[in-house]
Design a protein around this ligand. Structure first.
Ligand code: FRU
Length: 495
């Protein structure tokens, strides 16, 4: 039975969402049908199509009582909206249908596992919130909540685990055919731990072990875990809250973390080897991955950050975007990301320049402009023995308005800066990242959509992602250097 609450949301999103003009949305990034979006949820390939659900509040462009929105796609780039999948319509999830994942059952139905949130009626108590894990089963459009919900509650927590921070189940399939779910939880030390549960049928779940402990190393509470094998290694992705920076590696606030290691699945024994940030820009959080039918590990993240939400005015018809889908690999112990190859089919009107000299004078190149662009830039000193001090690309530029990326070879840092992007809010607008071995040649690929930029550095070794809400009339791209620089450019328009 579909509840009145879900029906109301479905009617509302169809009425208002269809009235948002296509040009008022990104060209190739998913936005909510209407209203607010945060984390990707339930990302899967089901019955011949990709399904992406998302944290959703349809009625306003701000976070509120969470629903699950839904969209489907054949290529992960062109999305079609489907009716909202879940509403906060039961006593155990009345204060939010939080993040979760999906899994196809042997009988061909789709199983969703999500966190149900309930305030226990005593709002003055700071720990009055209760988070439990709940199930819903459906045909890919309509989902029925399981009559035995919640399937995991505080009784399934190890000693000291908080029932208030117990969320974001990611289901995975074990090699022996069983299901597993990993979850984020806050233990007595106030930071976080990843818990692992197993199930034979997907409906009845059993606590197994603590898979990884944060022990206050990377931020406090971790959110939205994902766990998978990649190129012979095992990867844990989480989004920690309350990060402290460590040099260039972890910026403060809400961050992203990738732990790379080895895994003995039989004993649920994960051994960490390396750690790094997933994204070094401003807006990337809570990513989720899938294995595509042809075996690629593809990740999508929320292209926004909790600390910088104020960049979008509350009157806007939608708020929140998903990142480009990125294919993941491990190379030399690091996570590499590249836009999925389906994206190449969207490119047209190739323009190439080689050995262009760039100096103090701002340089504009014929055909190099626009807000839906894929541009590869290679930069080197004109004379290999004489370094330069700065190289700057400005895009979404008009007059004083622009977003810039600036490379300083002596520090080997790349900085993104959107404080002149038209924003009127004193929020986070800059971020720097360390780029290895770029003094002789810096290689970056910049993908611009109407409201974002994603910068893939050195073949995807590092990525910097930021949302920007600059007026669409600002579409110039310029180049400048302090010192003498030579660059090659390959640029495409998108769609
Ligand atoms: C992460 C998060 C999740 C939670 C959801 C609520 O961005 O805080 O932990 O499930 O958002 O919308």
């Amino acid at each position: 039975m579909i509840s009145q609450k879900l029906l109301d949301a479905r009617r509302f999103e169809e009425d208002t969402g269809n009235r948002i003009a296509a040009y008022a949305r990104p060209g190739f990034h998913l936005t909510p049908w209407t209203g607010w979006m945060n984390d990707p949820n339930g990302f899967c390939f089901f019955q011949g199509q990709y399904h992406l659900f998302y944290q959703y509040y349809p009625f306003k462009s701000r976070w509120d009582n969470m629903y699950w929105g839904h969209a489907v796609s054949n290529d992960l780039l062109h999305w079609e909206y489907r009716p909202a999948a879940l509403a906060p319509d039961r006593y155990y999830d009345q204060d939010g249908v939080f993040s979760g994942s999906s899994m196809e059952l042997p009988d061909g139905r789709l199983l969703l596992m999500y966190t149900g949130v309930r305030l226990d009626g005593q709002a003055e108590r700071p720990y009055g919130e209760i988070q439990t894990q709940c199930l819903a089963v459906g045909d890919g459009i309509d989902f029925e909540k399981y009559e035995k919900n919640p399937v995991l509650n505080e009784n399934a927590l190890p000693a000291g685990g908080s029932r208030r921070d117990f969320r974001d189940p990611k289901m995975i399939r074990l090699k022996d055919g069983r299901y597993a779910a990993i979850l984020a939880n806050r233990p007595a030390d106030g930071s976080s731990q990843i818990l692992l549960y197993t199930s034979i049928d997907g409906f009845s779940w059993k606590y197994e072990t603590v898979l990884v402990e944060n022990r206050n190393r990377f931020g406090k509470m971790w959110e939205c875990p994902d766990f998978f094998e990649l190129d012979g290694k095992q990867v844990l992705l989480v989004s920690p809250q309350d990060m402290l920076p460590e040099g260039f590696e972890y910026h403060s606030g809400n961050g992203t973390l990738c732990l790379i290691g080895s895994y003995d699945e039989e004993h649920f024994d994960f051994r960490e080897e390396n750690n790094q940030a997933v994204d070094y820009g401003i807006d990337f959080y809570a990513p989720q991955t899938i294995l595509t039918p042809d075996g690629r590990r593809v990740m999508i993240g929320w292209m926004q950050n909790w600390d910088a939400c104020a960049i979008r005015e509350p009157e806007a018809p939608w708020a929140g975007q998903m990142s480009l889908p990125r294919e993941l690999h491990i190379r030399d112990g690091r996570l590499y990301q590249q836009p999925i190859r389906e994206f190449d089919a969207l490119r047209h009107d190739k323009i190439e320049y080689t050995n262009v000299e760039v100096g103090e004078e701002k340089l504009y190149l014929e055909g190099v402009s626009g807000r839906m662009v894929d541009m590869e830039v290679r930069v080197r000193p004109k004379n290999p023995d004489v370094s330069y001090s700065k190289f700057v690309i400005r895009f979404a530029e008009e007059g004083e308005t622009c977003t810039s990326i600036r490379f300083r070879p002596r520090e080997s840092t790349l900085k993104i800066d959107r404080k002149f992007s038209g924003t009127r809010r004193a929020i986070l607008h800059q971020r720097r990242c360390f780029v290895e071995d770029a003094q002789n040649e810096l290689r970056i690929r910049i993908i611009l959509d109407r409201y974002s930029c994603e910068i893939f550095i050195d073949g995807g070794r590092k990525v910097m992602t930021s949302a920007l809400y600059t007026d669409q009339s600002a579409e110039k791209i310029s180049f400048r250097a302090d010192g003498e620089v030579v660059m090659d450019i390959t640029k495409y328009s998108i769609q």
